[in-house]
Design a protein around this ligand. Structure first.
Ligand code: MG
Ligand code: ZN
Length: 223
């Protein structure tokens, strides 16, 4: 990259960081724990969210911001689970930015929200560079992807604290070594914590949902 391009990129990111800090303060003021879910397209973010919403809905007040380049399809799928959902159609943009999230926060009933899911645009590259003001970045990786994804897209795995491996019910049919994928991810970020889930069989969902519930409690206590 030329030095001029680096400079422009830094300016864009620092403007974004300012809005992200405002989002973070607003969410904190309402005691809302929020997660920014990052992955390649097709890794199963929306399906995992549908299952997670069903699991947590009885005990927590949930909200979703669903980002996509085009269509409101994912937002509509999630709306059917009876929770507030706001869609962001980026119209070509390959990531969500803090300003877009700020606009949707204004539309949500924040005093009635405990946990906010932000489903980022399916893309493992730039979403990890744009802070949205979330409490936690979560990177997803499905077993139908290459085990070397963490090595090819290290930033997403480095900036997340949690990695959810999805579609684990398919492992018997694939030449995918979960162990190798975990080793690759740990080589990029030794502190990553993993959840192994299948939205199809339900494997690992209780553990994942339980962890989210604990984080909401912890977040509230820490305020
Ligand atoms: Mg989706
Ligand atoms: Zn992008």
């Amino acid at each position: 990259m030329s030095s001029e391009r680096v400079e422009v990129k830094e300016k864009v990111l620092s403007a974004n960081d300012q809005v992200a800090a405002e989002n973070r303060a607003l969410l904190a003021a309402h005691g809302i724990y929020s997660v920014n879910m990052i992955s390649s397209p097709g890794s199963g973010k929306t399906t995992l969210l549908e299952r997670t919403v069903d699991l947590l809905k009885p005990s927590l007040r949930l909200g979703v911001v669903a980002g996509d380049v085009q269509t409101r399809n994912d937002a509509e799928r999630l709306e059917r689970h009876g929770i507030p959902v706001e869609a962001i159609e980026t119209g070509g943009g390959c990531h969500l930015d803090a300003r877009q999230v700020a606009r949707t926060l204004a539309l949500l009933d924040l005093p009635s929200t405990d946990l906010l899911f932000i489903e980022n645009v399916g893309n493992l590259v730039c979403p990890s560079s744009f802070d949205l003001g979330e409490s936690e970045k979560i990177v997803l990786m499905s077993v139908t992807e290459g085990e070397d994804k963490p090595l090819k897209y290290p930033a997403a795995f480095r900036r997340a604290r949690i990695c959810v491996i999805t579609k684990v019910d398919l492992v018997p049919h694939l030449d995918f070594s979960t162990e190798r994928a975990v080793d690759n991810a740990r080589s990029v970020n030794p502190d990553l914590r993993f959840f192994f889930t299948s939205s199809y069989s339900g494997e690992g969902l209780e553990e994942w949902g339980g962890w989210l519930g604990e984080r909401v409690e912890e977040y509230r206590r820490g305020r």
